[in-house]
Design a protein around this ligand. Structure first.
Ligand code: APR
Ligand code: PHB
Length: 391
């Protein structure tokens, strides 16, 4: 089988890249290790930057997001028992974010792809990349037991942190940077009304908490937990009791508990692999970088990579120019590192670090008090939160 671009991974990165390439008439195939249902079953974050919502609309899959997504023009910081609103719209001169679950983004992209009957191999086994340093790379895998090989001109590694693409780059050609945080996030999804109309990020002496949502009837909550915690260590009741202890009195009174429809613990790490291009292989999204979820940057960084990559591939195939692919890695990494910095800073500010002691807690509270009292400081927070422009 031959194509122009072989995309490895059918998560948001791979599916969005496929949608943008299809609109430009560029032949491509997606090869995904899991089933479509498995991919849809992964519950992830839910805050979309304007860059992401614009791209979903450009890809022709933004209609439900525009109809059902919740436009948020601010969020609250809770510390020392008080909530302080960060007015995104005013501080950024009109920018906002949209709350719309990543699962729904993936669902919309999958439905559009299926309607266009674009070639997608799910449950591909033993996926391997070949000849990425040459001019005719390929991707091999077992499809329903049949050995299959796709010859292509470029491979897009959209297969996430644990994927095969980054591992296919010789270790000597790749520089990685990593920071693992000494805690995790215990997340619960429940069909209960959100505690507030906007997100609440809480810094408390018991640890971080986040009150988010998916709709007016479905809420998403997180609490910081120990790295060694297991999800079976946390009953629903224990979760709701701990969350209440991390909220202010008003939110505690409004909180509606309920049975979790999803409950999981995510480790927190910062990770970057450089460069994001090696020969005919491009890395995009989680395959190249990971951020702690505090700043809700994971999906939004992935879509930024995909925009740069789709523009570069379209320029190559349609205009026969190589400027975009030559500058892909440096353009992505410039934006990636700024988001890594913001995500690290926001995580460092909002979480309890045992080794920092009471002095560390007071320093965090002092920074938060400065932040909410300074237009300059809260503007910096706001412009990073709504997302930096694509260059
Ligand atoms: N072969 C084929 N597919 C693979 C392989 C492989 N060897 N390994 C992993 N995959 C698939 C995974 O099953 C998954 O569907 O690649 C896809 C990668 O998707 P994501 O991990 O969601 O990464 P990405 O598409 O870049 O989206 C980034 O997802 O993880 C969140 O927080 C992250 O919001 C961010 C977003
Ligand atoms: C979510 O709704 O899952 C969410 C929102 C904001 C974050 C992280 C996760 O910073």
């Amino acid at each position: 089988m031959k194509t122009q671009v072989c995309i490895v991974g059918a998560g948001p990165s791979g599916l969005l890249l496929g949608a943008l390439l299809a609109r430009a008439g560029i032949d491509h195939v997606i090869v995904e290790r899991q089933s479509a249902d498995y991919v849809l079953g992964r519950i992830r974050a839910g805050v979309l930057e304007q860059v992401t919502t614009d791209l979903l609309i450009e890809a022709g899959v933004g209609e439900r997001m525009q109809r059902e997504g919740l436009v948020h023009d601010g969020f609250e910081l809770l510390f020392k028992g008080e909530r302080h609103r960060i007015d995104l719209r005013i501080l950024t001169g009109g920018k906002v974010v949209t709350v719309y679950g990543q699962t729904e983004v993936t669902r919309d992209l999958m439905h559009a792809r299926s309607a266009q009957q674009l070639p997608t191999f799910y449950e591909a086994q033993d996926v391997r990349l070949h000849g990425i340093e040459g001019s005719s790379p390929s991707v091999s895998f077992r499809n329903k037991g049949v050995e299959t090989e796709i010859e292509c001109e470029f491979i897009a590694g959209c297969d996430g942190y644990h994927g095969v693409s980054r591992q296919s780059v010789p270790a000597t050609a790749l520089k990685t940077y990593e920071k693992v945080y000494p805690f995790g996030w215990l997340g619960v999804l429940a069909d209960v009304p959100p505690v507030s109309d906007e997100l609440i990020y809480a810094n408390t002496e018991r640890g971080f908490a986040l009150c988010s949502m998916r709709s007016a009837t479905r809420s998403r909550y997180y609490i910081q937990c120990a790295s060694h915690d297991r999800v079976e260590d946390w009953s629903d009741d224990a979760f709701w009791e701990e969350l209440k202890l991390r909220l202010d009195l008003e939110a505690r009174g409004r909180l509606v508990a309920g049975t979790s429809i999803e409950k999981s613990i995510a480790p927190l790490r910062s990770f970057v692999a450089e460069p994001m291009r090696f020969g005919r292989l491009f890395l995009a999204g989680d395959a190249a970088h990971i951020v702690p979820p505090t700043g809700a940057k994971g999906l939004n960084l992935a879509t930024g990579d995909v925009k740069y990559l789709s523009d570069a591939l379209i320029e190559y195939f349609i205009e026969k120019r190589e400027t975009g692919i030559a500058h892909y890695s440096s353009r992505c990494l410039s934006r990636v590192w700024k988001a890594e910095r913001f995500s690290w800073w926001f995580t460092s500010l909002m979480h309890r670090f045992p080794e920092a002691g009471e002095f560390g807690q007071r320093i965090q509270e002092a920074e938060l008090e400065y932040l909410v009292g300074s237009v300059a400081a809260s503007t910096s927070l706001a412009e990073n939160y709504v997302g930096l422009a694509l260059r």
